[in-house]
Design a protein around this ligand. Structure first.
Ligand SMILES: [Zn+2]
Length: 100
């Protein structure tokens, strides 16, 4: 699995990533530290580029990929769980229909 997903559900081709607000450059909570700011700016920029690459990789391979921000997990875990549960349910129905 590329990009080290936080959750993998192979049966339904679902991968879930939980992105740290700092390391993945969240627009709301991300910040560039004042010391060594060039270093950090570049590092976080690279992470964002890698995230985009990983996202396209899974999409191209026909996987369902969901990305959550760390702050979403902290603020409203129930929405996160609901999103994953809905996706599992959709995939379950899809697979069932394919078997008919
Ligand atoms: Zn955030």
């Amino acid at each position: 699995m590329i990009g080290k997903p936080d959750i993998v559900i192979k049966k339904y081709k679902i991968v879930v990533f939980i992105d740290s607000c700092f390391w993945h450059g969240c627009k709301e909570h991300g910040h560039i530290p004042k010391s060594n700011s060039d270093y950090w700016a570049e590092k976080i920029e690279k992470n964002i580029m890698r995230d985009n690459m990983v996202t396209s990789f899974y999409k191209d391979a026909g996987w369902n990929i969901i990305r959550f921000w760390e702050h979403q997990i902290k603020q409203d875990l129930s929405i996160v769980i609901e999103t994953i549960t809905n996706l599992i349910e959709n995939e379950r129905i899809k697979q069932k229909n394919e078997q008919l």
